[in-house]
Design a protein around this ligand. Structure first.
Ligand code: TMP
Length: 210
């Protein structure tokens, strides 16, 4: 692949979206990217038009059409497959850089650790959905459950976020384990957004400059 693939992972409220916006502005001027390369900002679920339809079904279904756990898992995999095949892989092959708000780590954290679904099955599905494509760098924006709940107070929770405290605690533990096993870069997300941004920049420069 000519381009580079960067992923931001973490529990809801960790500031992924803010940091993604920052990286998309910062990267072109960072000196890291070759001349002529673009930055593609994307997310899961919902990075493609098809995925956007799946996102609505997954996160905001009418009361009587919510998917059962295995159907939910397969829908996240379908979103990812479409995303990789039609958007991410072509962009990387062109030489563009891709920055995604979530990727396959989220399925392991939410459906694997959160829902307790079979992780071997999830690994196999990941392989099918991604065709073996892996991020070049994944950041885990670490935030405590208390701080996540505090930040999101007053916001309307989506279907997954509404699963309750014990579920979200398992997801948080899952991210910690995944970060360790998969070599993700852990970044403390509890501080001011500007501090988190500086830390991300630092890691990227250490990793890829020169
Ligand atoms: P977000 O894009 O606002 O972070 O919301 C996506 C929601 O979907 C979030 O609650 C996490 C959840 N999710 C999963 O449960 N599994 C997945 O594979 C992905 C990508 C997201």
């Amino acid at each position: 692949m000519k381009g580079r693939f960067i992923v931001l992972e973490g529990i809801d409220g960790c500031g992924k979206t803010t940091q993604l916006e920052h990286l998309v502005r910062w990267l072109p001027a960072s000196g890291l990217m070759p001349a002529g390369a673009g930055v593609l900002r994307t997310r899961e679920p919902g990075g493609t038009a098809f995925g956007q339809a799946l996102r609505e079904l997954l996160l905001h279904p009418a009361a009587d059409v919510a998917p059962a756990p295995t159907a939910e898992l397969l829908l996240y995999a379908a979103d990812r497959s479409q995303h990789v095949e039609t958007l991410i892989r072509p962009a990387l092959e062109r030489g563009d850089w891709v920055v995604s708000d979530r990727f396959s780590g989220s399925t392991l954290a939410y459906q694997g650790y959160g829902r307790g679904m079979n992780r071997l099955l999830i690994d196999q599905l990941e392989q099918t959905a991604t065709g073996g494509l892996q991020p070049d760098l994944t950041f885990w924006l670490e935030l405590s459950l208390e701080e996540s709940l505090r930040r999101r107070r007053g916001e309307t929770a989506d279907r997954i976020e509404s699963e309750g405290r014990a579920f979200l605690a398992r997801v948080g533990d899952g991210f910690a384990q995944l970060a360790q096993h998969r070599g993700w870069r852990r970044v403390d997300a509890a501080g001011a957004p500007e501090h988190v941004s500086r830390r991300l920049e630092q890691v990227l420069l250490e990793q890829w400059s020169g």
